[in-house]
Ligand binder design. Structure first.
Ligand code: NAI
Length: 270
């Protein structure tokens, strides 16, 4: 579906780890729609090498940055505006990681140093990204900044553990910085709350298969795929959504507003 939705737009895409990553699909589709962008991930993730394949496909430069390091982010933003030949129109923050989830810590027995890491990687990094963009005056007027989140910010999903707090903070940062960036540069800041999706980050959550099946049956349209999420991201980078800001936008096939569905009832009757 090649077209010109993002023709002439420049951006930075964080978080493409492998072909399953939501950011990977955003990159492919943004390229199809005429955007140019740099790709970035934590140095340790880049060592796996998969991103080079994506970079080649998209004609993008890969710039390593640990999103918790302001110094790395400063280098990333200045290098990106340099190689792309101007200020940025969009930024995708597609980053999440909890050492407590990864190491199977029970919620009543969290390691608090790790919890702080969860917050830094999965939420505070979004503030750092925007603060660096602001200080370098790296965004164009009417640009769009987006992060990916999950409904565990509003409702409890026990296995999501401290990531629930991280997502709540992430969404709050989007609102606070959204107000600021609108005032300063007419830049919009939003979060997309995506259905459970089979990716490296997603499948790290305990009982993910069962959980995906439940969410699918609780969503009148079924779970939203990574591809569909990527397409929604593109609409928010496009000029058709200029007045949407400070929102947490549900992209979940209707899950968030469903009480119960026929498909779930059928399953429970069995
Ligand atoms: P993914 O595992 O492909 O992407 C997560 C990315 O975060 C990876 O590329 C990883 O290298 C990066 N990352 C981790 N620590 C970093 C650091 N210090 N600096 C820079 N990058 C770092 O998984 P996915 O699912 O594509 O995740 C993308 C976003 O979507 C995350 O924010 C996730 O929480 C969110 N999301 C995912 C859902 C799912 O079920 N998979 C559902 C709703 C939201």
């Amino acid at each position: 579906m090649a077209s010109d939705l993002l023709k002439g737009k420049r951006g930075i895409i964080f978080g493409a780890l492998n072909e399953d990553s939501i950011a990977w699909k955003v990159a492919q589709k943004a390229k199809e729609q005429g955007a140019s962008f740099t790709l970035t991930n934590a140095p340790i993730a880049l060592r796996m090498g998969a991103i080079n394949q994506l970079a080649e496909e998209c004609g993008s430069e890969v710039i390593p940055a640990d999103a918790t390091s302001v110094e790395d982010l400063e280098a990333l933003f200045s290098k990106s505006t340099e190689v792309l030949g101007g200020k940025l129109d969009f930024v995708l923050h597609s980053i999440g990681m909890s050492p407590n989830v990864r190491k199977g810590k029970d919620y009543g027995d969290l390691n608090y140093d790790w919890m702080l890491k969860t917050m830094d990687i999965s939420a505070i990094s979004f503030h750092k990204v925007m603060a660096v963009a602001e200080k370098q005056d790296a965004m164009n007027e009417w640009g769009s900044i987006l992060a990916l989140t999950y409904i565990a910010a509003q409702r409890t999903f026990p296995d999501y553990s401290d990531m629930a707090q991280a997502k709540a903070m992430l969404e709050s940062i989007a609102r606070s910085y959204g107000e600021r960036f609108a005032r300063l540069k007419n830049v919009r800041v939003n979060t997309i709350s995506q259905s459970p999706t089979m990716t490296t980050a997603g499948s790290g959550v305990g009982g993910f298969d069962v959980f995906m099946d439940y969410a699918d049956k609780m969503s009148p349209l079924g779970n939203a795929s990574a591809e569909a999420c990527a397409e929604y991201c593109l609409t928010l980078f496009s000029d058709f959504t200029k007045m949407v800001t400070m929102q947490n936008l549900m992209h979940d096939g209707g899950f968030s507003y469903s009480g119960i569905t026929d498909r779930l009832v059928e399953q429970l009757k069995k």
